[in-house]
Design a binder for this molecule. Structure first.
Ligand code: C2E
Length: 356
């Protein structure tokens, strides 16, 4: 949650704001769950936030705010807050665990230091001692040895617990990392993961001399579609297109949601020819499917996509490759949409397919 909102909830106006949020929720028939409250708090108290804009667009288009929609908005727009909470929790457990290991190691070190001193004293005292004195000495050493053994056992058991806890923490940090790289609506990789992946793919292509091709994809007339059918149906269409694009992008290919209704696919080791085949297969599948509006079962009409494809040139930076693919996408849009175009460096992009 942004810190201004957090501060507001601890200010003298807190209850006034909370009442306003609940009133707004009640007037829109929204259940007062904790998640809904957080989202509507943004709507009431952080008008400039992405969450407020999303709720506003739902209300403006006459849509209904449902719990499911709330979860989708939260997944898309609140993950940073959720993740930072999870990271803080994981970090706190990790540092508590390390503190307790250091304490155990320190205590074991002190015990074995004392043991060493007792041994040294004993060996000095043994010189010229009678049998009783030796017996007393052996007794002292045996007590000290038992203490060291007990300390070592305690340390071993604590280290076993710690190893288990560290494994658990490693898994939860890996999950946090996966969440931070995944788009909440579509489950494809997100923009951050795409940027990292393209950067890596470009470096590998530069080092190996292998080809590297990039496709950028945009859903045609998505804004009109969203305005006509509403934001919830718009999100379903984004999910559908994402699922088709995900299917043509088995590893080492890499598909991501690049922005609102834009996607990107990286084709390591491939030339535009095979990338065109893949994008054309996705285009054909999407344009031939009749999607239904889930609430009314009405046909949603044809959904089409346009793509732009570019092959990386030696020495080319990721940003330049994206620009080339974007130019090819623009050419697809300009030529009538529902097609795939390939960037030809130095000349206008060539259309690889015609509208169906
Ligand atoms: P989802 O609703 O979570 O569905 C996930 C997958 O379950 C679908 O993948 C499909 O394989 C299967 N599935 C779900 N409902 C049906 C059904 O009524 N009949 C059949 N035969 N299979 C079903 P798919 O097709 O790749 O779709 C991915 C996502 O795209 C869906 O997620 C949904 O969000 C959206 N979507 C797909 N088709 C439609 C549609 O006709 N209308 C709407 N509004 N959304 C759709």
């Amino acid at each position: 949650m942004p810190s201004e909102i957090d501060s507001l909830l601890r200010s003298p106006k807190a209850y006034q704001v909370a009442r306003k949020v609940l009133d707004a929720m009640e007037s829109h028939r929204v259940w007062p769950t904790a998640l809904n409250f957080e989202l509507w708090l943004h709507y009431v108290a952080a008008k400039d936030s992405e969450v407020a804009a999303k709720i506003d667009s739902v209300l403006q288009s006459g849509g209904t705010f449902t719990d499911q929609l709330g979860e989708q908005i939260a997944a898309q727009h609140l993950p940073a807050a959720k993740l930072s909470g999870e990271i803080l929790d994981a970090g706190k457990s990790l540092s508590e665990e390390l503190d307790s290991v250091s304490r155990a190691i320190e205590s074991a070190r002190e015990t074995s230091e004392a043991y060493g001193q007792q041994l040294a004293t004993a060996s000095e005292s043994l010189v010229d001692q009678d049998a009783d004195a030796v017996r007393a000495m052996v007794e002292t050493l045996s007590v000290a040895t038992r203490k060291v053994r007990e300390e070592n056992q305690a340390l071993e058991s604590q280290l076993a617990d710690t190893t288990e806890e560290l494994t658990r923490l490693r898994e939860s940090l890996a999950q946090v990392r996966r969440d931070a790289m995944t788009d909440g609506l579509t489950n494809l990789s997100n923009r951050k993961a795409f940027d990292e992946s393209l950067e890596r793919a470009c470096a590998e292509a530069e080092a190996s001399g292998q080809p590297l091709t990039l496709a950028v994809v945009d859903i045609d007339h998505f804004k009109i579609f969203n305005d006509t059918w509403g934001h919830q149906t718009g999100d379903q269409v984004i999910r559908y297109v994402a699922s088709v694009i995900g299917r043509i992008a088995d590893a080492p290919r890499f598909a991501a949601r690049y922005g609102g209704e834009e996607f990107a696919v990286i084709f390591p080791g491939e030339t535009p020819e095979t990338a065109v085949t893949a994008m054309e297969a996705a285009r054909a599948e999407i344009s031939s499917r009749i999607l239904k509006r889930r609430s009314t079962n009405e046909d949603l009409g044809a959904i089409t996509i346009s793509s732009g494809i570019a092959q990386r040139r030696p020495g080319e930076a990721p940003a330049t490759l994206i620009e080339s693919a974007d130019r090819a996408l623009y050419a697809s849009k300009h030529a009538g949409r529902n097609r795939t175009s390939v960037a030809e460096h130095g000349s206008p992009p060539r259309g690889a397919s015609r509208a169906a």
